[in-house]
Design a protein around this ligand. Structure first.
Ligand SMILES: [Zn+2]
Length: 106
C-alpha cells in the first residue's frame, strides 16, 4: 500500500494534530491501543503510524474503473467497490475525529 502511494507515514505535526482530538488509536498491524501523547509508534509491534490517503485511493480506483470500461464495457461496476472503500475510509476518519469512549477516562 505504501509503495502504491495509498498509505503514507504520518509526519510528527500530523500526529500532534490528531493527538489534540484523539488520545488513543488502535494499531493497524496488531490492534493494540496506541497512546498518541506517549509515542509515535505502536509500543507492542513498533509499527509507525500511517494514514490511508483517500485521495490517492480514489484516483487509482477511478483509473482502474476507466481501464475496465475501456477493455470490457459490460464488466461489473468497479465504481461500486470504489464508493464502498471511500465510505469505509470516511467512517474511519470520522471515528478518529470523535473521541473514543475509552479515551475519556485518561
Ligand atoms: Zn502494533
Amino acid at each position: 500500500m505504501i509503495e502504491k502511494g495509498f498509505v503514507r507515514l504520518l509526519t510528527p505535526a500530523e500526529i500532534n494534530d490528531i493527538a489534540q482530538r484523539v488520545t488513543v488509536i488502535h494499531c493497524n498491524s496488531c490492534g493494540a491501543p496506541v497512546d498518541l501523547k506517549k509515542g509515535h509508534a505502536c509500543v507492542h509491534c513498533r509499527s509507525p503510524l500511517s494514514l490511508l490517503d483517500p485521495t490517492a485511493v480514489e484516483k487509482a480506483l477511478q483509473g482502474y474503473a476507466h481501464a475496465v470500461k475501456a477493455t470490457a464495457p459490460s464488466a461489473p461496476a468497479a465504481v461500486g467497490v470504489a464508493d464502498a472503500l471511500i465510505m469505509l475510509e470516511r467512517d474511519r476518519q470520522r471515528a478518529l475525529r470523535e473521541p473514543a469512549p475509552s479515551a475519556a477516562r485518561c
